[in-house]
Write a protein that binds this ligand. Structure first.
Ligand SMILES: *Cc1c(COP(=O)(O)O)cnc(C)c1O
Length: 376
């Protein structure tokens, strides 16, 4: 199979990229051959083991989505009705929604410019106002690592459970350790736009074996150990299927290649566009080996994010704004926000450039030339 390529074919923000070797299909074929089509089976068990080993976590539960994984992390953490959860405001809504599923109360926390992620200073302030907050939910946005040393210390001091939304940062390290493994729980997503994809899926990781076993129980309808169908807890249908897990096992084998390409894309843009007036690239700190899931910039000069997005769209090139912070969302109106509007400013001035790993140098040059035209 070859893919047709012409100079004007659409360039995507970040689309699924299966291995050249066809690993995914080998695992799926094995599932078909053994008729392990339904949920559970060897691929699910192996995908959990392989992902946990890759990131250096004790245990993993494969689930139907990253959102389900966040929901199960909150439930495993004991977050329930009326509990306060400090949630990074600058993120995708899937981070925050499960707090509501658990009837808990989100309090949104601002970002800082140094990381684009949760500000440790704002988090300290939040604990002054809500000393009994139960959990902290940080997000490694676009593959940029949160300043984990500071956040871990604050959570310990206040006895709060730490959950890392690493949906966008699989393959990112902070001081040599993979994101998703610093807190009590970490989650990953394999949605279609993520660095590796299973078409849809998620993973919860933790060093707490008992809690992970409990999540597997809840996510398969909470069936008690009995011949008849008996339930003493509310269940969920959140487990990953054996077919989907097969895609995941194949994708995991090319994760490092994808990270290398994403970094190459970021460096390409930086080299070509850094000189433009008012452009500032997302902050990759010394302690952060980023997976560069999306290459993002902030614009503070004459050229606005909308100019870039509209001009690229005319050339059949996809780009996106930065996530709109949760404290600015109508659905979360009325919930508290602690901060100084840094996330608002990142949102208003930011743009995500196409970061598809199937792009060629020719594609990248084309994008850069279109962007540079705006400064002429
Ligand atoms: C994609 C994403 C999620 C949700 O993952 P799904 O697998 O799509 O449910 C959660 N948080 C962030 C930051 C994401 O980008």
């Amino acid at each position: 199979m070859t893919t047709q390529k012409t100079t004007n074919s659409r360039i995507y923000l970040s689309s699924p990229h299966m291995s050249d070797e066809g690993y995914e299909q080998e695992y799926i074929k094995e599932a078909f051959d053994t008729n392990w089509i339904a949920p559970l089976g060897k691929n699910v068990n192996e995908f959990e083991k392989e992902l946990a080993a890759k990131v250096g976590s004790g245990h993993a539960a494969a689930l139907s989505s990253g959102t389900a994984a966040i929901h199960m992390a909150l439930k495993a953490a004991g977050v329930g009705e009326g509990d306060v959860v400090f949630c990074q405001s600058l993120t995708f809504s899937a981070t925050a929604n499960p707090i509501i599923y658990q009837n808990a109360i989100p309090v949104f926390i601002d970002s800082d410019y140094k990381t684009w992620n949760m500000s440790p200073i704002a988090l300290e302030k939040a604990f002054e106002k809500y000393p009994n907050a139960k959990a902290v939910l940080v997000v490694h946005l676009y593959g940029l690592a949160v300043d984990m040393d500071k956040i871990v210390e604050i959570c310990k001091k206040h006895n709060a459970i730490l959950i890392e939304d690493a949906a966008e940062s699989l393959g990112t390290t902070y001081k040599g350790k993979y994101t998703g493994t610093f807190g009590d729980y970490g989650i990953f997503s394999f949605n279609g736009n993520k660095i590796i994809t299973t078409s849809g899926g998620g993973m919860l990781v933790s060093d707490n074996e008992e809690r992970i076993a409990k999540v597997r129980f809840w996510s398969t309808q909470s069936r008690d150990q009995a011949r008849h169908y008996q339930h003493s807890e509310i269940g969920y249908n959140y487990r990953m299927s054996n077919i989907v897990a097969g895609i995941g096992r194949g994708q995991l084998r090319v994760l490092d290649q994808r990270v290398t390409k994403k970094k190459y894309i970021f460096d390409f843009y930086k080299r070509e566009l850094e000189q433009l007036d008012g452009i500032r690239f997302m902050p990759i700190n010394k302690w952060n080996e980023s997976n560069c899931w999306l290459s993002c910039v902030m614009l503070s000069g004459q050229v606005k994010p909308l100019d870039v997005m509209e001009t690229l769209e005319k050339e059949n090139i996809e780009s996106r704004p930065i996530w709109k912070p949760m404290h600015m969302q109508p659905v979360f109106e009325g919930y508290d926000f602690i901060g100084e509007g840094v996330s608002d400013k990142i949102f208003e001035s930011g743009v995500c450039l196409p970061s598809d790993t199937k792009m060629t140098d020719e594609d990248l040059s084309r994008i850069c030339n279109v962007i540079k035209e705006l400064w002429k």
